[in-house]
Structure formats: C-alpha cells, structure tokens
Design a binder for this molecule. Structure first.
Ligand code: CTP
Length: 403
C-alpha cells in the first residue's frame, strides 16, 4: 500500500448514485494513512449516510454548515486551511457548477471556496448532463483555474443511457489524487524512464521464450516516480496490470523492441530504471509458420539478446539504475553488474527468497553503489520503490547541480 501518512485530505461527496463508491474510496484513503475529513452535500446524504463515512474514517463527517453543535461551522475554515487536497467524488453537475461559479451554498462548495489546496474533481452524471454546454463550460472554467479532472469514463449509467458520465474507478481516482499531490515534487520537470515486466522472444507466430516477471516492481517504481512529479515513460512487456495514472506506457514484446523504445525515451530523460526481466537469449530465427508437433524432439538455437543497460545511455546527465535478479551469490554478482554496466546503483534481489521475486507483492533488496551497500528489510514493493526513488532524486539533483 502506498503512503498518504500525514496528508490532510478532504473528500467531498455530492448527490449521485456513485456516492456509494465514495465509501470504498474513503476506506482506501484511510488505510493509506490519510487524515480524511468527509463533507457530504445534503443530496448526497440521501444516497449514503455520514455514519458510513464516520465508520470507515474514524472521524466526524460533515453535512450541515449551520450545525453549531457539531462545530462544523467553525471547523470548515480550519479544515480547508490545513488540507493538502480537496477531492470531490462523485462530483455532480450542480456541485461542479457551484464550485465553478464560487457559490458557497453548502458546506462542500463553501470548503472549495475557502481552500487554497489543489482540487480534484471526479464527475459522475448522466451523459446528457455531462455533455451539456453548461457543464462543459464549468469544467473548462475549473481546468483553467488548475483544478484537475479525473474521468468520467464512458459506460452504461444508472439512467440506462450509455456514454460519458460514469465516475472513474476508485484506484484511478486515487492515482489522480497522488498525481496532484506530487505534481510539484522533487522530480517535477524531470523525466524518468522505467522498464518493467518480462520480454517475450518469438519462436513462431504462437509461441515465445519468456519468464515469470509480473511487472509489479517496475509499475510500483513508475508510480513512485509519478508521485514525486516526474514525467514517467514506462516501457513495459506484456503484463496483467493497469497502466498507472498519468504515466505514459509504451508496450513492447521482445528485448530488441524494448531496446529501441528505451533508446528513444532516454534521449531526453534524466534517469533510467531498468526493472524489466529482459530475456538473455532469443531464438536465432523466428519461424514464419506455426511449428508442427511431428518431431519427437528438437533443439532450438538461441542467440544472445542486446544488453539494453550496457548499450543505452552512457550519456552525460542520465542516471542509470539496474536490478540484479540472482538466485545465488547475490552481492558479488550484483556488484559485478554494477561495474560491468557502469551504473549509479543497483538493486539486488534474491528471487528465490521467501516473499521475494516474480509475482510477489513484497521484496527484500539490497541497494549497492560504489560507496557500499544498504540492506533493506522485507517490505511491500511500493515501499521498495519509494526507497529507490529517494536515491534517484539525490542523484538527479546532483546531476542538475553539475550542469
Ligand atoms: N538487462 C538489460 N538487457 C539485458 C539483460 C538485462 O538491460 N539483455 C538489465 C536488467 O533490466 C537489469 C540488469 O540488466 O536491470 C541486470 O539484469 P539481470 O537479468 O539480473 O542480469 P544479466 O545482465 O542478464 O546477467 P545474468 O543473466 O548473467 O545474471
């Protein structure tokens, strides 16, 4: 789980049937460590109760701005002042209009007017309402003021109509929030290229030589770089993971395709993190037609794939980070790769250790550079990614200072 500890987030919930999804959103944000204050509009309260939110956040949820007993009338200013972000999900056409026009008619629109924190809006409404000039005009106003809009998605809505208007799913919304919170982070205006997943080396039109890489480590690194404000290009093999919010993915299959994509992306990048499990060998020749199973056995000649890290970017100013996937002699092998590939540092991981390796959500790694090594404990891949990015930030900043 990513980390939102010490982040003060206000979740504004307005009156759409999608309000029930906001409870899941509130739960996930709370689990991520955010201090979450929920503000419902009076119409939202007809779909879902403040008690639902209080139960998942452990904090009071607000509706009525004249409720002096709850302290809401005094607290909204303080809440708006200390917020790191205001997330409005779902945002109805009416709430979007109120915020665009600065009408402080309920506690949510009043909070939107009072806060100077970034605002994220997640529209949810019938397609006709969404496409109406009034709504589009208000959204344009909000965009021009720097408000970030997540969604809506195209789909079938509760009204029975199909079109744009469905609120984005909870993970996408959280991605949008994380993107906004990190926008001015320590990698703002920097470009980071991350490779992820395994490559597939074609044998014939239906088969390949591949490996078990899930892409989880690389995707977590892409998110961690995005969370610090970087422009992220994710060069990815085929994996079963959603592309992280505000990350540009370039999908490739073979090592040769990955090399070409990494070369292109690195031309203007500040850092390259090669987390991909690149196949070391590829069939000498891909066979044009599907192979028949007539033969009892056969040998497949393999040739070495390009070493992408070794080939790419001994360019001045590009920070290069590698991974060393080992099953024995972890540190010695990793140190050898650090030198051989001329990297700034390498992330060594024993892919056979408990809780590590392909498909796992956790990893236990040692970060090695020329100064020494730092052994990390077993932790979620998201946390490993954050630690790797801490080092990348320091190195990128040092490069910037040298320029
Ligand atoms: N790598 C690469 N191109 C390759 C193979 C690996 O760029 N053809 C990168 C990986 O993405 C990783 C690092 O090099 O960042 C080390 O990869 P690893 O598979 O651990 O080592 P290899 O260099 O392939 O060496 P070996 O398989 O002999 O351990």
């Amino acid at each position: 789980m990513y980390n939102l500890t010490d982040r003060n987030i206000i979740l504004g919930v307005s009156g759409s049937i999608a309000a029930y999804k906001a409870a899941d959103l509130a739960s996930k944000l709370t689990q991520a460590g955010a201090r979450l204050d929920v503000v419902l509009t009076p119409v939202a309260e007809r779909f879902v109760t403040p008690l639902t939110f209080q139960s998942v956040t452990g904090r009071r949820a607000y509706v009525d701005m004249f409720d002096t007993a709850s302290g809401a009338s005094e607290q909204h200013v303080e809440m708006a002042r200390r917020a790191h972000a205001l997330l409005v999900a779902p945002a109805t056409a009416t709430t979007i209009a109120r915020i665009a026009l600065g009408l402080a008619e309920d506690m949510l629109s009043l909070t939107a007017l009072a806060t100077r924190a970034p605002i994220v809006i997640c529209p949810a409404m019938d397609p006709h309402m969404y496409e109406h000039e009034a709504t589009q005009g208000h959204l344009e106003t909000l965009l021009s003021r720097g408000v970030h809009v997540v969604g809506p998605e195209v789909g079938r809505l509760a009204s029975g109509h199909t079109g744009p208007g469905r609120m984005s799913d909870v993970d996408t919304i959280i991605g949008g929030l994380r993107y906004v919170l990190g926008r001015d982070g320590d990698l703002a205006a920097k470009k980071v290229v991350v490779s992820a997943g395994g490559t597939q080396e074609p044998i014939d039109p239906v088969r390949y030589v591949g490996n078990y890489s899930s892409g989880k480590m690389g995707y977590a690194l892409a998110e961690a770089a995005r969370d610090r404000g970087a422009d992220v290009a994710l060069v990815s093999g085929a994996v079963a993971l959603p592309v992280p919010y505000a990350v540009r993915a370039v999908f490739v299959r073979s090592a040769a395709e990955m090399r070409d994509a990494v070369v292109v992306e690195c031309a203007d990048a500040d850092a390259l993190i090669m987390a991909a499990a690149v196949a070391d060998y590829q069939p000498a020749e891909a066979i044009g037609q599907k192979m028949k199973r007539r033969r009892e056995s056969f040998s497949l000649p393999l040739v070495r794939t390009p070493d992408i890290l070794a080939e790419v970017g001994h360019r001045q100013g590009l920070v290069r980070v590698g991974f060393a996937a080992e099953s024995e002699d972890l540190l010695a092998n990793a140190r050898h790769k650090l030198e051989e590939k001329g990297l700034e540092f390498i992330v060594a991981n024993d892919v056979t250790a408990d809780g590590c390796g392909f498909g796992s959500d956790t990893n236990k790694v040692t970060l090695i550079d020329r100064q020494g090594e730092e052994e990390l404990t077993l932790m979620p891949k998201h946390d490993v990614a954050a630690r790797v990015l801490d080092r990348v930030v320091t190195l990128v900043q040092a490069q910037g200072a040298r320029k």
